[in-house]
Design a protein around this ligand. Sequence first.
Ligand code: AMP
Ligand code: MG
Length: 393
Amino acid sequence: MLSVQDAIDRLSAAAKAPTETETLALADAVGRIAAAEYRAIVNVPSLDNSAMDGYAIAFAPDLFLPTSFPIVQRIAAGHVGTPLQLNEAARIFTGAPIPPGANAVVMQEDTEADGETLRIKHGVVVKPGQHIRRAGEDIARNAVLVQTGEQINAARIAKLAAGGIGAIDVFKPLRVTLLSTGDELTEPGTPLPEGGVYNSNRPMLLAMLRELGCVVTDGGMVPDNRAATEAALSAAAAKSDVVISTGGVSVGEEDHVKAALSALGSLDLWKVAIKPGKPLAFGRIGTADFVGLPGNPVSAFVTLLVLVRPYLLTRMGAAHVQPRSFTLPAAFDKPKPDARQEYLRATLGPDGVGVVGQQGSAMIAGLAQADGLVEIPADTPIAKGQLVRFIPI
Ligand code: AMP
Ligand code: MG
């Protein structure tokens, strides 16, 4: 059996990084991977500006604060004022540039003004620099906004925009075709024949792959016979970078993926020391890579997340491919170790990571109940309070 890390490493070693790029407007780049580094062309904020609606004042910090200031100008956001003399005030609004000479903003609530004269309320203390956002304090000009290999999300889009970047180069998306094998599979929303099973892997994996940023094509359901499997695989391979299937990779007589792949291209069948999971197929058909996930829904979910996700992200051009994880205390005992590395469906509670009741590899309810997976290394018993790795899902 291959260890989990060996399986991840083998897959990643076979994953070539993308080369083709395209330029997209920021909002269209969500989920895509940056193909270049971008730096701020301006300071953010570009000028010192007011953090409050109120009055910018020029005062001498070492002297008593005057009781009143003449209001000599009004500065709204997007407009630039003129220099303030000592003991003068400017009406100012949030985001408006601080006029030269001003050294504090007094918030409106601390003042009384009649339009011509500003009075600061009794007892209000004014500190030099207060309520002023400094130029470049958020992002300095020329600071890196996004690095090559970072996945673009809403927050990074905001950062790029604030730094003056309107469009970016991203890698072309990875085209994935998903196939579901199994004579028993039935489309949800249609009546279930006797012996049928609703196809839950298909929408689950379509959702996971889309969330990851792949462009996914649904290759449909493939009956359990050699000819249909070969036809579906070669059609899928012709129009995708990666073909992913579920089921049919065990050693049963109705598992046709191995034979079909061997005829069309090449295939390695791995036994990975992972639970749930174990059988995983990796191969090639023409110019496409092929990944065969196990049929049990929880196994398909876990193997996609743990083993295949790093490979897919590498192929997408991502620099960070490991799932986010947290080290937390176990709120459960698991005295019996397993020879395989386990991923239990887990929930977060006040005492740390708990495990859901239904852990079978076909138990979808337990998966839906889980906040994440807890990783239990092979041959390792776990006692309450011990630190474990938690991967949110
Ligand atoms: P297999 O690997 O083809 O032997 O399938 C293992 C188990 O997973 C069987 O109980 C299948 O019925 C089930 N299974 C396979 N594919 C799916 C699917 N797409 N949705 C739900 N269950 C599935
Ligand atoms: Mg099957």
